[in-house]
Design a protein around this ligand. Structure first.
Ligand code: ADP
Length: 261
């Protein structure tokens, strides 16, 4: 569904992306983990061409977006929804109007867009907040509104830019569970970037670790986590040791090897 081939991007002397190859199959949840400055955001932004690569090809649903006309690019962009760390809602519009906004821009009639926006709010569990304003909602509720808005154009792909970074742990889990549910029910392909290991381990089928504009590791999340020598596996073990204690983690590892856990 998303395929990047040899994508490079520099800002002056800073190499943000260094010949990145990425393949995200349809229906996948693919997570890119990395520290600040690794190039995650630049990578995500090349998918909807908010950032134009210096080199390489970016295929979304079969079309190389770098070669599309402005009109074709607009059409392809409507297949791609995006959510952000700080939600990016309009504070002077109520919830239903925020969700309906992309439909209004696409010149969908008033009644139809209101009905569709209400359906979407129902989908994210917020139908009762339709007339509230963003300022009256919690962070998790605001992100639900942003997710509903991102789904308004019925995209095939959802890009998530640190969507849970501003949320507490429980709310993060709720939003991640919602994304996993939408992935299943809508067959929505999700590409997300994060600096939080928990996001990768909870919902991502595949993961890549990014450093200095390159993938230093990628594969099935389950296989990477099972390998204590992978970066993902060793980070997960370090985190578990801090939370549970070294002995308990060793016991879990041994049980897993014996097929008991
Ligand atoms: P991440 O999302 O992993 O934090 P970014 O993709 O934002 O990383 O940034 C990768 C590198 O590119 C960083 O060194 C950053 O400073 C630089 N960079 C990103 N966007 C720009 C820009 N518009 N102008 C100049 N440098 C940029």
């Amino acid at each position: 569904m998303i395929h990047l081939s040899g994508v490079s991007k520099s800002f002056g002397s800073t190499i943000a992306l260094d010949a990145v190859d990425l393949h995200v199959p349809e229906g996948d949840i693919f997570g890119i983990l990395g520290r600040s400055g690794a190039g995650k955001s630049t990578l995500l932004r090349t998918v909807n061409l908010l950032e134009r690569p210096d080199e390489g090809a970016v295929y979304v649903n079969g079309a190389d977006v770098t070669t599309l006309s402005a009109r074709a690019l607009r059409r392809t962009r409507s297949d791609i929804g995006m959510i952000f760390q700080h939600f990016n809602l309009l504070n002077n519009r109520n919830v239903v109007s925020n969700v309906a906004l992309p439909l209004r821009l696409a010149r969908v009639g008033r009644h139809q867009r209101q009905a569709r926006a209400m359906e979407l709010l129902d989908l994210v569990g917020l139908a009762d907040k339709a007339r509230a304003y963003p300022g009256q909602l919690s962070g998790g509720q605001r992100q639900r509104v942003a997710i509903a808005r991102a789904l308004a154009s019925e995209p095939k792909v959802l890009l998530s830019d640190e969507a849970t970074s501003a949320l507490d742990t429980d709310t993060t889990d709720e939003i991640l569970d919602l994304l996993a549910e939408l992935n299943q029910t809508l067959n929505l392909t999700i590409l997300l970037i994060t600096h939080e290991l928990e996001v990768i381990t909870r919902i991502c089928h595949h993961a890549a670790v990014m450093e200095a504009g390159r993938f230093v590791e990628q594969g099935q999340t389950r296989s990477l986590l099972a390998d204590p020598h992978s970066r993902l596996g060793s980070s997960a073990r370090r985190l578990a040791s801090r939370l549970l204690g070294e002995d308990r983690v060793e016991a879990i590892d041994e049980a897993a090897v014996e097929g008991v856990a």
